[in-house]
Ligand binder design. Structure first.
Ligand code: UDP
Length: 326
């Protein structure tokens, strides 16, 4: 099978590419390297058993001719290319909206043209600022005002979901929508604000771990290889077409407890520093205080359970970071 992965040089995309290469498939990657990196591909790009089955195009998904050729060539499409991380959204709001909305529209238009099955990576951000848990796919959504630019990310991703579902309803496009909760693992960089790589880097460097707010906000974290497994299963499941699925973890933890755990696991002498949100992100920011997925729908359809506990995830990330430092 030929698999197209937009954003394939990104953190999740590169792990997905590796999984399909391991299965014996051909992998086509398109990435503009805005937040992705060739470094993410280095473990398999030049590996002799893979090198004649992996094809990398450095370009934007807004390039019609290139996307036309790639979509026509491949059997299935994973659409992961997007503006990544709240910090990127706040710093480059227009570019982010354009990438997320026009880029996804382009991918869907071409998948529809060639009748290719497509999985869209949306985000748990679309739920907005709920306080309840778990968040289930049929929940209402609550956003802040348009002056708070954080919500432009959620709104643009929600529009992607609507577009995918509209193609399904009107043209029968075989589209699957996933809402990713916090996904973590080796190769994720802290450069775009993600908390675990930042805390691990800080702990290993012996500098303070920077908690935004009072640290009472909670998250669940999913190991990237568990997410990859969910993606491949959903792509193979006919009953998933035209549906929206949470993909996330089950262990809810406060950011303060996470910081303490990382300090303990690294044996670091670092202290914790609390930074007001406004100082970290400016006045347009509002945090999500809880983000816990309901997993019933995905469990029922593909029997999915995240397999890697948080302590094990952290151990692997810390070890991978130590290796890059040595
Ligand atoms: N966070 C933090 N310190 C950091 C980076 C993030 O306290 O250096 C917090 C952030 O405010 C949020 C949580 O950790 O409450 C998760 O942040 P991340 O950006 O990883 O994911 P998201 O906010 O998209 O869930």
């Amino acid at each position: 099978m030929k698999v197209l992965i937009t954003g394939g040089a990104g953190f999740i995309g590169s792990h997905l590419a590796e999984a399909y290469l391991e299965r014996g498939d051909d992998v086509y990657i398109i990435d503009d390297l805005s937040t992705g990196s060739m470094d993410n591909l280095k473990t398999f790009l030049h590996e002799p058993r893979f090198s004649d089955r992996v094809f990398v195009t450095i370009d934007t998904i807004l390039n019609h001719d290139i996307m036309l050729e790639l979509t026509g060539t491949c059997d299935v499409v994973f659409h992961l290319a997007a503006a990544v991380g709240v910090r990127t959204i706040l710093e480059k709001p227009l570019e982010s909206i354009r990438t997320n909305i026009q880029g996804t529209e382009k991918v869907l238009e071409l998948c529809n043209k060639f009748k290719k099955r497509v999985l869209i990576a949306s985000t748990s951000e679309v739920y907005g600022k709920h306080l309840h848990a778990p968040l289930v796919e049929t929940d209402n959504i609550i956003y802040g005002p348009s002056s708070k630019f954080r919500w432009s990310y959620a709104a643009s991703k929600l529009m992607d979901e609507f577009t995918a579902l509209a193609y399904y309803r009107t043209n029968g496009l075989k589209a699957v929508v996933t809402r990713l909760f916090n996904t973590v693992g080796p190769r994720q960089t802290g450069a775009y604000g993600m908390v675990i790589p930042r805390f691990v880097d800080q702990a290993l460097a012996g500098v303070p771990l920077t908690i935004y707010g009072d640290g009472s906000q909670t998250r669940t974290f999913t190991y990237v290889k568990d997410v990859v497994k969910a993606f491949t299963l959903l792509m193979e499941t006919d009953a998933a077409v035209g549906e929206v699925f949470n993909v996330g973890g089950v262990e809810e933890i406060t950011i303060r407890a996470l910081a303490e755990k990382i300090i303990a696991m690294t044996g670091s002498a670092s202290v914790i520093e609390f930074i007001p949100y406004e100082k970290a992100f400016g006045k347009d920011f509002e945090d999500m205080m809880r983000r816990v997925p309901g997993m019933e729908k995905i469990r029922n359809i593909i029997g999915y359970e995240p397999e890697t506990p948080l302590d094990e995830i952290l151990r692997r990330i810390i070890n991978a970071k130590k290796e890059t430092l040595s």
